[in-house]
Design a protein around this ligand. Structure first.
Ligand SMILES: [Zn+2]
Length: 276
């Protein structure tokens, strides 16, 4: 066979070349499917991710956990059935997300805890974990979010936290400074999973949005909803406060996506689809 024709044939029969995407810890990537067909499925970081349709294109949303080690990871696409399987591997190159440092000074009882406080903190954490794992029968056709409040970001996502000079876990959400009582809007339709008064988080609301997406709001002055309520995008469900371990009125906004703590900023509407 003529080498030219052979090369041409290869070009048309070989699977799509794998694409390498660049990402930072905490990013949510929107990646177009490199293959078509029935049973389209995508896996990365040992789990499946939801695929949405936009302008006729299939797009996977993949969350990169805050604690993901900087390295290169596979995105495995499959479609078809046992008789004929299509498979393509894309790659994600993950880099460190945030280098900023955040120091706060709080009352001693809010930085070194007695036995009773530790018990309460543990119970609070267990309640939040339970909310993350609660399946929610809601499907948003494209789960892009709007800001829950407008304000100044006082502590970025993933900043290294120091409380009274002691290193703590990286900041798992976004702190948005806003005046006391500012209405907090649901960034996306969902179901209220938890309303609770917590030791460190103060008044906290967790909302499930389906497809493994949960958002949490802490240090609220007031919750205007109860567990089980349904909210639509833009509905006011709480007011900004400074309850729990807080140094002034602000909203702590956290997003959890299928076990990954992700940057709320990367869920916003304006975030674009990546091109291979
Ligand atoms: Zn915070």
């Amino acid at each position: 066979m003529n080498i030219f024709i052979f090369t041409l044939l290869l070009m048309f029969t070989a699977p799509a070349w794998a694409t390498t995407y660049q990402a930072k810890q905490g990013d949510v990537l929107r990646i177009p499917a490199p293959i078509q067909g029935s049973n389209l499925h995508v896996q990365a970081f040992n789990k499946s991710w939801p695929i949405y349709q936009k302008n006729g294109q299939y797009i996977a949303w993949i969350g990169i956990h805050l604690n993901t080690k900087p390295s290169t990871y596979d995105i495995q696409w499959t479609s078809g059935n046992s008789a004929s399987v299509n498979q393509v591997l894309d790659k994600i190159e993950v880099q460190k997300g945030e280098f900023r440092i955040s120091h706060i000074t709080v009352k001693k009882k809010m930085s070194s805890f007695d036995k009773k406080a530790i018990q309460r903190i543990r119970a609070d954490q267990a309640a939040i974990k339970k909310a993350y794992k609660t399946p929610v029968n809601i499907h948003n056709s494209w789960p892009a979010m709007i800001w829950p409040v407008e304000g100044i970001i006082s502590t970025p996502f993933a900043a290294q936290r120091y409380v009274n000079g002691h290193a703590r876990s990286p900041h798992s959400g976004l702190d948005i400074a806003a005046p006391l009582g500012t209405p907090v809007k649901a960034p996306l339709a969902g179901k209220v999973l938890l309303v609770s008064n917590m030791f460190l988080n103060g008044t906290l609301v967790a909302i499930g949005h389906g497809d493994g997406l949960t958002t949490v709001y802490a240090h609220l002055n007031k919750a205007l909803v109860k567990s089980g309520d349904i909210v639509q995008q833009g509905d006011v469900f709480a007011k900004v406060g400074s309850t729990g371990r807080s140094t002034g009125p602000h909203l702590h906004w956290g997003v959890h996506f299928s076990g990954a703590k992700v940057n709320p900023k990367s869920m916003l509407t304006l975030n674009n689809i990546l091109q291979p």
